[in-house]
Design a protein around this ligand. Structure first.
Ligand SMILES: Nc1ncnc2c1ncn2[C@@H]1O[C@H](COP(=O)(O)OP(=O)(O)OP(=O)(O)O)[C@@H](O)[C@H]1O
Length: 437
C-alpha cells in the first residue's frame, strides 16, 4: 500500500492555461479517493499526472517516501483503467487478464490461476474463455479492470470506468469495484462526475472546480457539512437552495438573516451568531436542503418562511415542491466563480484564484468592510478583492416533500426552518464558520 501526496501540483497548457492549479492533496495508503467535479474541472489531468502520462508543470508528487514527480510511468507501479478499457480482441478474457503477468515472466499456470481468482471477485468467471466481442460492455470493463489490477499495482487509477455502461450494469459494477478495492486494499483514485458513484464508493471525496480543490472529506462530511456553496450544490438532488440574505443584528445581539420581505433569526447559542454579529449589513448565502424545512401549520413555528406552492412534481418515490417565497436564489455553479483560469504566478498565489478555507477570515473582514461601506464609512481597498458577482434570481425554493403532505398547488405554505441545518457561506461561497475535518 502506498500513500500519494500532491504538493501544490499544477498543470498548465500553452504556458498560461491552468488545467490543474496548485492542488495539494494527501491520499492515505489503501484509501479509496474519488475526484468529483463537473466536466473540464481537471480531474483527468490530475489522474494522468499521477500515472505519469502528463508532466507536472509545477509542484511535487510523492508516492510514500519516493519523489514521483519525474518518475517514468513504468517505474510508478500504477495501473489505470479508462472509460473504455481496450482489450486484445483475439485473446480470451482469461488471456487478457493474464497478459501482464506473462509479460512480467510469470509462470503460465500461476498466471491463469490468478486470473481465475480475480474473475471470481469481478463475477466474470463464467465468461473467462470467451473473446471480447462476445462479452457485454460491463463484462469487457470487468476484464479491463482485472487486467489492470492483476499485477497488484501500488496505486490503482480509474477514470470514469462506468460511464459507458447502462444504469443497471453501472450499479452492479460499482458494487463490485467497491468490494474489490476493499478486498485488495490498494490505494485507489477514481474520477467521476457522478455524485452517486462518489458517495457510494469513496472513503473520501475531493470536489474539484476550475482546476482547484473546493472540498475534501468523507461522503458524510462533504454532503452534510460542505466547505463551499459549490460543493453543497454539486451533491444532492434536488440541489441545495442557495438563498441570498443580508445580516441584521437586532436587540441583544440576536442575528437575523433577511431575505427581503421575510427573515429568520439564529438562536444566540448558535456559534454562527457570534461570527455574524460583527457583520451587521453584510451579505451572506444561506444554503438549505429539504431536510432544513418542515411544512408547518399557519404560524406554528417561530422560524419559518412563507410562500405559495407554485408547482408539485411527482418523481416516483418523492414529490418535489416549488415554493415561491420571493427570495433571491443563487446558482451554485456561479457562486465565487473565478473569472479566468490563469497559471499560478511564481512565488505567489494567483490573485484571481478562488479563496481557500483559511481565507475565510479575510473574507469575513471583506464582509465587515462592505457593512462599513453600507454605513457610510470607507473600506480598505485590499479588503474588497474582486469577487465575481453571483447571479441573483428571484426563483422558487425547491424541496422534497412526503407524498402524504396533502398539499395543493396555488395554496400558501409555511416552511418551518431548522436553523441548525442551514449552511451559511460568505459571498465568495466559503463557509463562514470554520470546517473541522
Ligand atoms: N492537452 C491539452 N491541451 C490543452 N488543454 C487541455 C489538454 N487536456 C486537457 N485540457 C483542458 O484542461 C481542462 C481540464 O481537462 P480535464 O480533462 O482534466 O477535465 P475533467 O474534469 O477530467 O473533464 P471531463 O469530466 O469532461 O473528462 C479542460 O478545460 C481541458 O479542455
Amino acid at each position: 500500500m502506498t500513500a500519494i501526496r500532491l504538493d501544490a501540483v499544477s498543470k498548465t497548457y500553452d504556458g498560461h492555461y491552468a488545467a490543474v492549479n496548485e492542488v495539494s492533496l494527501d491520499v492515505a495508503a489503501g484509501e479509496f479517493m474519488v475526484l468529483l467535479g463537473p466536466s473540464g474541472c481537471g480531474k483527468t489531468t490530475l489522474l494522468r499526472m499521477i500515472a505519469g502520462l502528463e508532466d507536472v508543470s509545477a509542484g511535487e508528487l510523492w508516492f510514500g517516501r519516493t519523489k514521483a514527480t519525474d518518475l517514468p510511468p513504468k517505474e510508478r507501479g500504477v495501473a489505470l483503467v479508462f472509460q473504455n478499457g481496450a482489450l486484445y480482441p483475439n485473446r480470451t478474457a482469461r488471456q487478457n487478464i493474464m497478459f501482464p503477468l506473462l509479460m512480467a515472466g510469470e509462470d503460465a499456470a500461476e498466471a491463469s490461476a490468478k486470473a481465475g481468482g480475480l474473475a471470481k471477485v469481478l463475477r466474470i468467471d463464467a465468461a473467462l474463455d470467451r473473446l471480447p466481442r462476445t462479452l457485454s460492455g460491463g463484462q469487457r470493463q470487468r476484464v479491463a479492470i482485472g487486467r489492470a489490477i492483476v499485477r497488484r499495482p501500488r496505486i490503482f487509477l480509474m477514470d470514469e470506468p462506468l460511464s459507458n455502461l447502462d444504469a443497471t450494469m453501472r450499479t452492479e459494477l460499482r458494487q463490485e469495484i467497491g468490494a474489490m478495492a476493499r478486498d485488495l486494499n490498494v490505494t485507489t483514485v477514481y474520477v467521476t462526475h457522478d455524485q452517486i458513484e462518489a458517495l457510494t464508493l469513496a472513503d473520501r471525496i475531493t470536489v474539484m472546480r476550475d482546476g482547484r480543490i473546493e472540498d475534501v472529506g468523507t461522503p458524510d462530511q462533504v454532503f452534510n457539512d460542505p466547505a463551499t456553496a459549490f460543493s453543497a450544490g454539486f451533491l444532492g438532488s434536488p440541489r441545495i437552495n442557495l438563498m441570498s440574505a443580508s445580516v441584521r443584528v437586532t436587540a441583544h445581539h440576536r442575528v437575523s438573516l433577511d431575505f427581503g420581505s421575510q427573515s429568520i433569526s439564529l438562536p444566540p447559542i448558535d456559534r454562527r451568531s457570534m461570527i455574524l454579529s460583527n457583520h451587521d449589513g453584510g451579505r451572506v448565502i444561506v444554503g438549505a436542503r429539504s431536510d432544513a424545512f418542515t411544512v408547518a401549520a399557519d404560524g406554528d413555528a417561530s422560524e419559518h418562511l412563507s410562500g405559495r406552492l407554485r408547482a408539485l412534481e411527482f418523481h416516483g418515490h418523492q414529490w418535489i415542491a416549488f415554493v415561491e417565497c420571493g427570495v433571491d436564489m443563487l446558482n451554485p455553479d456561479f457562486v465565487g466563480v473565478v473569472p479566468t483560469r490563469r497559471a499560478p504566478t511564481l512565488g505567489g498565489r494567483n490573485r484571481h484564484a478562488a479563496p481557500h478555507v483559511p481565507m475565510i477570515k479575510k473574507r469575513m473582514s471583506a464582509l465587515g468592510a462592505k457593512a462599513k461601506t453600507a454605513l457610510g464609512r470607507s473600506s480598505t481597498p485590499d479588503a474588497l478583492e474582486p469577487l465575481a458577482t453571483p447571479t441573483h434570481r428571484r426563483a422558487d425554493l425547491i424541496l422534497e416533500i412526503d407524498a402524504d403532505a396533502g398539499l395543493e398547488t396555488g395554496t400558501k405554505v409555511h416552511l418551518a426552518v431548522d436553523t441548525s441545518r442551514l449552511h451559511i457561506f460568505d459571498e465568495s461561497g466559503r463557509r463562514i464558520d470554520r470546517i473541522t475535518r
